[in-house]
Design a protein around this ligand. Structure first.
Ligand SMILES: [Cu+2]
Length: 351
């Protein structure tokens, strides 16, 4: 019903516009073409100025209205992102100034140089000097902006600092998996042919370095103030690790691991206080349309204090022991029994 009404309304509006156009054609025939054209010219010249003024006010008003809802007032939550924010402001300032000047001139000239019987148009077909200036200056400015952008890009995609916390981030339809290299600081090899229900990342457990690797889903923990290097993968289609608070984004491409690193400035708790939002969470938003469940592909990054991070890490069991329980040392089994007993005590007993 709603669709039908919308279509009917569209047709009605079209008929009304068509009839008005037809009527004004008859009016102009009666009044004389020349006179009507001159009158229309005047109205259009005035409307162009009105469009300029209301357009600029509208742009300013929208900015006032929605500025607080963007992530800019919060500032960058990563050390590296600060540079990117400065770059963004410079880009907006440069392009903004050019936009305002060119648009103001465009509309003002349309008004000022409207048809006038006492003025003859000046024929100005070509000026090489002028063309060189308006091509050269924007080219130099844009190249400078691109060079600064590339410098930032090379920094965050280059080798991460030696003391970085390494996390492998894997995207799949529709969620995120995280793998930590464990105490040997080396991620075990993977082979997609080894992927099974239990070994969902296809880790090659014949590789010794994989025995202490930790696998967690949906929520990733990292310590504050320490560089974090992400090794990014995808298992099915292209996804993208979008970290708006840290001002980063990197595609997750099947078969081609990508990397990016950053240093979180505030813990999640500090950010909750800073934004006065007790539910604040650093988010991984998939920035690539990846299928029907794309909207649900949200991951969470918990930035802990160094101490809390170590505590969290110590409670994680290597995936190897989950898949091969018989290989687990006795204390791990004892630990997991203890944990399950504690959980049993905490959980209400259902009869
Ligand atoms: Cu996705």
């Amino acid at each position: 019903m709603k669709e039908f009404l919308t279509v009917a309304l569209g047709i009605l509006v079209f008929i009304v516009i068509f009839q008005i156009a037809k009527a004004s054609e008859y009016v102009s025939a009666l009044k004389g073409e020349e006179k009507t054209r001159k009158q229309n010219n005047k109205i259009n010249a005035f409307l162009l100025i009105a469009f300029l003024i209301f357009g600029l006010i509208g742009a300013w008003y929208c900015n006032e209205l929605y500025w607080g809802k963007t992530l800019y007032p919060q500032g960058s939550a990563s050390v590296e992102g600060e540079e990117q924010d400065v770059m963004m402001y410079i880009t907006i300032a440069v392009t903004g100034i050019v936009f305002i000047i060119t648009q103001a001139l465009l509309f003002w000239f349309s008004y000022k140089y409207q048809e006038n019987d006492n003025r003859k148009a000046f024929y100005f077909p070509h000026n090489t000097k002028l063309e060189l200036i308006w091509t050269g200056v924007p080219a130099i400015v844009l190249c400078t902006l691109v060079v600064f952008g590339l410098r930032f890009w090379f920094r965050v995609t280059d080798d991460a600092p030696k003391d970085s916390v390494v996390v492998e981030v894997t995207g799949h339809q529709f969620g995120w998996e995280f793998r930590y290299p464990g105490s040997d600081k080396v991620l075990g090899k993977k082979n997609y042919k080894l992927t099974t229900g239990a070994n969902s990342l296809g880790v090659d457990f014949a590789d010794k370095s994989s025995e202490d690797d930790i696998h967690v889903s949906a929520t990733m923990h990292i310590p504050v103030g320490k560089p974090c290097k992400m090794v990014i993968n995808a298992q099915d289609v292209i996804h993208s690790v979008g970290l708006p608070h840290f001002r980063l984004k990197m595609d997750a491409v099947p078969g081609i691991p990508t990397t990016q690193w950053f240093t979180p400035k505030y813990t999640t708790k500090e950010m909750q206080d800073k934004t006065k939002n007790p539910n604040f969470a650093y988010e991984i938003a998939c920035d690539q349309m990846c299928g029907a469940g794309h909207f649900s592909m949200r991951g969470v990054i918990v930035v802990d204090s160094e101490e809390d991070y170590k505590k969290w890490l110590s409670t994680q069991k290597p995936e190897y022991f989950t898949i091969f329980p018989d290989k687990a040392p006795k204390e791990v089994i004892a630990d997991s029994i203890k944990t399950s007993k504690q959980t049993a005590q905490v959980l209400p007993v259902k009869n």
